[in-house]
Design a protein around this ligand. Structure first.
Ligand SMILES: *[C@@H]1O[C@H](CO)[C@@H](O)[C@H](O)[C@H]1NC(C)=O
Ligand SMILES: *[C@@H]1O[C@H](CO)[C@@H](O)[C@H](O)[C@H]1NC(C)=O
Ligand SMILES: *[C@@H]1O[C@H](CO)[C@@H](O)[C@H](O)[C@H]1NC(C)=O
Ligand SMILES: *[C@@H]1O[C@H](CO)[C@@H](O)[C@H](O)[C@H]1NC(C)=O
Ligand SMILES: *[C@@H]1O[C@H](CO)[C@@H](O)[C@H](O)[C@H]1NC(C)=O
Length: 447
């Protein structure tokens, strides 16, 4: 379902309905280091010239129609990759070797908040990791209305000298900390070239499971969750599904969204210049493939987000999911403050103990006290720019009883979110500071 974005004049004409939004589905992901350093710097030991190989990779991406592809080392043959690929949503390149990170994403679904983050640490102990500004990328990938997965691509420091190990360890710690601060309560995918092996403990690849509760899809599906203690390095193409590569796919579900990996596969055999000749690989890395099934929760769901990636991330989802009984939206009290923009939002549930508030202390307070059986099932948000940063400028909440309250200034870039039938507002997630930077509603069933 397309996001409902419209000008206020058109609001009345839009029959917004989250009730019609998809509640489950499947998707697949691919991680592939496409070996796109200039041939003169690094021939990657492959046969065939890199332009031809990259064209074949792009053709295969288009033919297979993978839902989300993360590429690494997409440097000097990037234009060729995109010429032969046809995905609807693709990141703009950050440049060739020495300028860009080589990280790009190709997708069948749109996203928001795409960000490139450079490593704080790199090492030239072996290889030339500091030659180009490597790092990781973040995006909030949108599968359906209110259904988001925070997707991270990365290319960690290479090599096995002590300095490489400590750089790589720092790289993973940087991603891990970013996930903690940016994706609280969000479903997460991390996939890319980690340059890690489980047998190299100094890499500390375990940080993703220990600190972020992420699961390695390969280890889960192919090794029955048993962490490898002996190095079984894959050939290219991989000779088995239990051998290990340095490229990895991690995932975690959230209280809003279940994620179940249903298939993992090395798909190097798809990427040969001569399908009958296993020596004719197009890159020196095996591409990885995974299938996932997703389902929106039957007790907590999100609306779409509006606003900008500023301030600090907050989420009521974890606290709502932890309640001993499913939170009810009926009889809640909504309180918000605003003037020119939205300063703060808050909600107190009828259980008498659960309440949340976000934003700052400015603005004029407005409240909406609901009767028994009454709940907010329709939220309108508008965004605009303040000091070049997108913030929430307007909030209007309407109940199933037809009561409403609003604050801020209505603009021309607005989003109407309607709860699934019989569901209502119980909380929020987004980003805030002294005002509200980004916001989405959290809905729960009324009974
Ligand atoms: C939701 O609220 C907006 C703004 O008040 C209104 O225009 C729209 O008709 C409402 N939609 C539904 C389905 O109630
Ligand atoms: C960690 O993930 C597992 C499996 O996905 C889940 O059952 C568990 O509740 C999660 N723990 C936390 C603290 O989020
Ligand atoms: C897993 O994915 C691979 C690659 O697409 C495919 O060849 C294979 O049939 C799939 N296996 C299952 C059990 O779906
Ligand atoms: C297979 O491909 C490799 C690399 O291009 C090439 O050297 C070899 O001659 C090919 N073998 C056959 C039988 O075509
Ligand atoms: C929810 O419960 C888990 C497990 O007890 C805890 O780790 C987490 O901090 C709680 N989250 C919130 C927001 O209360």
């Amino acid at each position: 379902m397309a996001p409902l974005r419209c000008s206020p004049l058109a609001l009345l004409a839009v029959a917004a309905s989250a009730a019609g939004a998809a509640a489950d589905g499947t998707f697949n992901v691919v991680s592939f280091n496409v070996a796109g350093l200039p041939e003169i710097l690094q021939n990657n030991g492959e046969s065939g010239d890199k332009t031809t190989n990259t064209a074949l990779i792009g053709q295969k991406f288009a033919e297979q129609g993978f839902d989300l592809i993360h590429v690494q080392e997409d440097f000097n043959y990037h234009a060729t990759l995109y010429e032969y690929d046809n995905h609807a949503y693709r990141t703009a390149t950050s440049g060739g070797a020495a300028i860009g990170s080589g990280l790009n994403s190709l997708s069948n679904y749109d996203w928001r908040d795409f960000t490139r983050i450079k490593w704080d640490t790199c090492s030239d102990a072996s290889g030339s990791d500091c030659l180009t500004p490597k790092g990781f990328t973040y995006m909030r990938w949108r599968l359906a209305e209110g259904v988001y997965v925070d997707a991270y691509n990365l290319h960690a420091d290479a090599g096995t000298e002590d300095d490489d190990e400590s750089a790589r360890n720092a790289n993973l710690a940087q991603v891990s900390a970013y996930i903690e601060s940016t994706s609280p309560d969000a479903a997460v995918l991390v996939f890319g070239d980690t340059n890690c092996r489980y047998t190299r403990t100094a890499d500390n690849i375990d940080i993703f499971s220990n600190a972020n509760n992420l699961t390695d899809v390969w280890m889960h599906l192919k090794l029955n969750d048993v962490r490898p203690t002996v190095e079984d390095v894959c050939a290219n193409p991989a000779q088995s599904e239990t051998c290990e590569v340095v490229d990895k796919i991690f995932y975690r579900p959230s209280p809003l969204l279940s994620l179940t990996p249903t298939n993992f596969s090395y798909i190097g055999k798809l990427f040969l210049s001569d399908p009958t000749n296993s020596s004719s690989t197009l890159s020196d890395h095996n591409p990885l493939y995974a299938d996932f099934a997703w389902a929106a929760s039957s007790t907590l769901r999100s609306s779409d987000f509006l606003g900008g990636p500023h301030g600090t991330a907050f989420s009521d989802v974890g606290a709502l999911a932890n309640l001993s009984s499913s939170p009810s939206p009926a009889g809640a009290t909504l309180s918000f403050s605003g003037a020119e923009r939205l300063d703060a939002v808050g909600i107190a549930l009828a259980d008498g103990t659960t309440s949340f508030s976000h934003g700052g202390s400015g603005g004029t307070a407005v409240s909406l006290v609901m009767g028994s059986g009454e709940y907010v099932n329709n939220v309108t948000l508008c965004q605009d720019k303040y000091n070049d940063h997108t913030r929430i400028f307007y909030l209007e909440a309407t109940t199933n009883g037809g009561n409403s309250a609003s604050t801020g200034t209505i603009g021309s870039d607005c989003l109407v979110s309607v709860a699934p039938e019989g569901w209502g507002l119980v909380g929020f997630w987004g980003r805030d500071g002294d005002e509200v930077d980004m916001l989405a509603a959290i809905w729960a069933p009324a009974s």
